[in-house]
Design a protein around this ligand. Structure first.
Ligand code: NAG
Length: 195
């Protein structure tokens, strides 16, 4: 019923059914998992009024698995992408996989089929949502802002200047114009500088 895709790997459809409403995927080599997509294969929908809570657990041979709620898939939203790289081992709360026995040596993804009402009451861990703006674009915007802030802190009007014939001055408005142009091009196409 479910598929799981680690970015850069083959699709996994090998979920083990561990109880009537719970399914688990093994994720070997979890240090190298950054993003994860969990989806309905499309062959079998959720029963009416039901959806899936998606959990992740780091391997923890000492304590046993600690499960963290990543988010949900439903018939209306049959796939979801999650960010694993921001999660921390050892954090987790009450969850339906908590009673599953045994230590495990690989990370796992669990899907728990629950009523939509129950899903609506649960809050996924922070850091699991994939931002619409990638970190590269965020970095670039911060850097533009930082350069603009830094240079404008030196801004003086002509009447404030101590005459210094050998120093070159740049109008603050030209930095602002560059900043606005660069930002606009970045928003239109984050890869514009590659061409
Ligand atoms: C630039 O300055 C604004 C206003 O003072 C501030 O909100 C913002 O955080 C600053 N940005 C950076 C990257 O320093």
């Amino acid at each position: 019923m479910f598929g799981c895709l680690v970015a850069g790997r083959l699709v996994q459809t090998d979920a083990q059914q561990v109880s009537s409403d719970k399914f688990v995927f093994d994720l070997p080599d979890c240090e190298r998992v950054h993003h994860l997509v969990v989806f309905l294969l499309g062959t079998v929908p959720f029963p009416a009024g039901m959806g899936g809570a998606v959990y992740f657990s780091f391997p923890d041979p000492a304590l046993g698995p600690v499960w963290q709620l990543l988010g949900f898939i439903t018939n209306d939203k049959p796939s979801a992408i999650f960010k694993i790289s921001g999660l921390k081992a050892g954090e987790g709360g009450a969850h339906p996989f908590g009673m599953m026995a045994g230590s495990q040596s690989v990370a796992q993804v669990g899907v728990s089929v629950e009523s939509l009402d129950l899903l609506a009451q649960q809050t996924p861990v922070s850091h699991s949502a994939v931002s619409a703006v990638d970190s590269f674009t965020q970095f670039t915007q911060k850097m533009l802002e930082s350069l603009y802030n830094f240079t404008s802190s030196f801004a003086l009007s002509q009447s404030q200047m101590t005459p210094n014939p050998s120093e070159m001055f740049v109008p603050a408005s030209s930095i602002l114009r560059w900043y606005e142009n660069f930002q606009r091009r970045m928003i239109q196409n984050p890869n514009f500088w590659k061409t």
